[in-house]
Design a protein around this ligand. Sequence first.
Ligand code: FAD
Length: 508
Amino acid sequence: MKLTKSTKVVIIGGGFGGLAAAALLSSCGLSVHLLERNASLGGRARVWSKDGFRFDMGPSWYLMPDVFEHFFHLCGEDVDDILPTKRLSPSYRVYLAGNDTPVDMYSDTVRDGATLDQICPGSSQSLASYIRTSKSHYDRSLRSFIARNADTFFHYMTLATMRDGWGLPVLVSMEKHLSKWFKNDTVRRFLAYQTLFLGNAPKETPGVFSAMNYVDFAMGVHYPEGGIGAIVNAMEKLITNAGGEISTTADVVSINVDGRTARSVTLADGRTIDADVLVANADIHHVETRLLPTRSQSLAPPYWSNKRPAPSAAILYLGITGDAPKLKHHTLLFPDDWDLSFSELFNGHSLPTDPSIYISCPSMSDESVAPAGHTNLFILMPCPTGLEWTTDLKNQCSERLFSILEASFGIENVRDRVVVQRFYCGEDFTNDYCAWLGNALGGQAHTLTQSSFMRPPARSRKVKNLYYVGAGTNPGIGMPMCLLSAEMLVKRLFRTGGPGLLNQLPRL
Ligand SMILES: Cc1cc2nc3c(=O)[nH]c(=O)nc-3n(C[C@H](O)[C@H](O)[C@H](O)COP(=O)(O)OP(=O)(O)OC[C@H]3O[C@@H](n4cnc5c(N)ncnc54)[C@H](O)[C@@H]3O)c2cc1C
């Protein structure tokens, strides 16, 4: 299709993927209309505010600042102007189960190496060379694999790509890859926990995702002024400034297909909106199995039966009086039985007995998220998908999270100090975002067979003007990846560029 300024692009979903696509495509000069079913934008990265507390409901780790900088640059903005960030120090704190002494990590290989030496002497030397190798994995992956539209293995068959791919640990697991460098179990956990960000276990995540270790240990963990919600607001502004239209409480209930072309979408209120190009940011499972007519589904229900979703999560958002001195902005609790914890998460059918725990406490760095003298935090426990969240289970889980706050993080009398509280679980992910089996991260876990060209494709095979963006397709899970998925859509629509990032946007 020849794109012109009057080509109507309709985007289903205002999560990170949809917002990024709308910002880029409207900046290119296309006529963009974004439809979001919820009353506010951001999807899993929405904001919830109550009684002076402001919670980023989902993502809290601003990683890969290079990708954000590049995205805003493409839209003609300097990220430092539009979204000033600070680098957190420490980046995060870790508690090891049964041990009250915290371990602080600074995204500084020298300082963190010295910390890991205290756990196992000699770790610092391995860390330095390991992170150098991870940097090479990061650079090569970004250049040849991540920022590329590859629908089949054969798209990688170029000399430059094969050179970049040579020696990348694709066929070994993160766990095996790490064990070549680090002999100590505990030390390895500091480099393996990041696979949870990819919705997977270290045993089943390809070793090439060691690129994440470079991101964590060298690039640092940042915090945008105003929190993650500020990124959503910045993207909204980009869209409207470029002439794009945004409708919230616009719940798409069907995609209307004529032959092999999507012509329009129908909303729950009965309105029909015409489209020349349709971009879906909602979970691909929902789009393929609920919004498309059966004959137009290229990923029909049987496809999903043997796919592994990223895990779900139970989250307790709390505004409390006083402080929580044992926490940092990001605090993790590593489980005692590492293998059991992952096996319960991916194979279990009930609340995990020995879970990993994450606490986000942005009031440590940002006084605007809580009234003076108060703490804003959420505690998150990864959970298996598909649980039946009865009232009993919700109460049981929420009580457990309160107990963990007291026992493992020293937040005394936390129940009595609550000012605002909200419990959120798999059922909410499904009801709010139409999430497949209540998964928290936006799609399939990053196993070997669910990554790269084996992930759901970014284009429907049966409807020629239907494209996908967001965590469900390539490159995958996480805010930076969603931004890149939108850039890959631009490359696809404008038939521009092979591997690598765009230098500038094509403009009509
Ligand atoms: C608790 C939590 C912590 C996380 N932590 C991090 C982190 O620290 N760093 C990081 O980078 N990532 C993190 N992630 C992952 C990251 O948030 C997601 O990968 C990313 O936000 C997914 O964005 P998306 O655009 O693919 O999907 P979504 O955010 O789900 O957006 C899809 C949108 O489509 C809308 N929609 C669905 N169906 C319809 C319909 N029929 N009509 C109209 N609209 C529809 C939904 O309401 C939603 O707004 C976290 C996620 C969670 C939940």
